[in-house]
Design a binder for this molecule. Structure first.
Ligand code: DIR
Ligand code: MN
Ligand code: MN
Ligand code: MN
Length: 301
């Protein structure tokens, strides 16, 4: 369950309901709502299976736009459903384009939420600026509603839901020229690896939180791309970049956010078990799980 004070403050209620936030464990057999998520997930799996079989030629530069859009739309509904019930959605992925869905879902349940994006990359290309056409390089631009993002199939469901001042990055070290321009023009706060070296991770996280959540009253969505960590820490990922966060720096970020008591949603992204040696896969999966546990407060006393 999300922190009680946050949940109570939002006063979220179930659809059509007199019932307010479920604070107990919603997976308990006594809870009549326990199947809601799994029904959604089953439907989501069917959507994925169906859409994967459809031809999905590029639209402009975007690769697999229909597949990505359908999966993210379904995911946003599942995440929103959990968040509205006061349960913390933890999404383990997977392509970071999925954050379009998870953050859309979080923002629907908690419009005042802020986003902390941990990544080697800014993932803020638009359909007009992307060179690779990979949508995992673009999710942030859709959430912000930047120029060029009002395109099918995404404009069928993604609405601009995130303000640039509610977003902060940590770990950046591979940002495209067009992305740098977008970050500058929108005045988005970024802590690169240079800043981590300069200030240390403790100060960086403190400054990042002071930027997006100065009074500690906003719900926090943490979107953690494992490629933010160094390839020696998490190698089985699609676009590794040397010079990343250490194992401890990655965990420190998660712990410090857990400590705020404001975390309402978590993504651990870009763990790809089809890449790298068996050892690399085992280590990357273990690191992903460990980061998730740290964000949920496991390592705090
Ligand atoms: C590059 C790489 N900026 C792109 N981005 C990655 O494809 O748009 N993002 N790898 O995760
Ligand atoms: Mn990413
Ligand atoms: Mn990345
Ligand atoms: Mn990526």
């Amino acid at each position: 369950p999300v922190p009680k004070d946050l949940a109570a403050e939002k006063g979220v209620s179930l659809k059509g309901g007199e019932k307010t936030l479920v604070r107990e464990d919603p997976t308990s057999p006594a809870d009549p709502d326990r199947t809601v998520g799994s029904q959604d997930e089953a439907a989501g799996a069917k959507v994925l299976e169906y859409v994967q079989r459809l031809p999905d030629p590029p639209i402009g530069n975007m690769k697999k736009p229909r597949l990505v859009s359908s999966v993210c739309e379904k995911l946003s509904e599942v995440v929103k459903g959990y968040a509205e019930r006061g349960v913390m959605p933890v999404t383990l992925g997977g392509d970071h384009s999925l954050a379009m869905g998870t953050i859309a879902g979080s923002m629907a349940a908690y419009p005042e939420a802020c986003v902390i994006w941990i990544d080697a990359h800014a993932d803020i290309n638009t359909p007009l600026t992307t060179d690779t056409g990979n949508l995992h390089g673009c999710p942030v631009s859709f959430l912000l509603g930047l120029e060029g993002t009002d395109v099918a199939p995404f404009n069928g469901w993604v609405k601009p839901c995130l303000k640039p001042e509610r977003l902060v990055y940590i770990g950046l070290r591979d940002v495209d020229p067009a992305e740098k321009r977008i970050l500058r023009e929108n005045n988005i706060k970024c802590f690169t690896m240079h800043d981590v070296d300069k200030y240390g991770i403790g100060k960086v996280v403190q400054m990042a939180l002071a930027h997006v959540n100065p009074r500690g009253e906003r719900p926090v969505h943490l979107s953690f791309d494992v490629d933010a960590t160094d390839p020696s820490v998490a190698a089985s990922t699609g676009t590794p970049v040397r010079g990343g966060l250490t194992f401890r720096e990655g965990h420190y970020i998660c712990e410090a956010i857990a400590e705020t008591g404001c975390l309402v949603a978590l993504d651990i992204m870009e763990v790809n078990p089809t890449l790298g040696s068996e050892n690399a896969v085992e280590q990357t999966v273990a690191v992903g799980c460990s980061l998730a546990r740290a964000a949920l407060g496991e390592t705090l006393l």
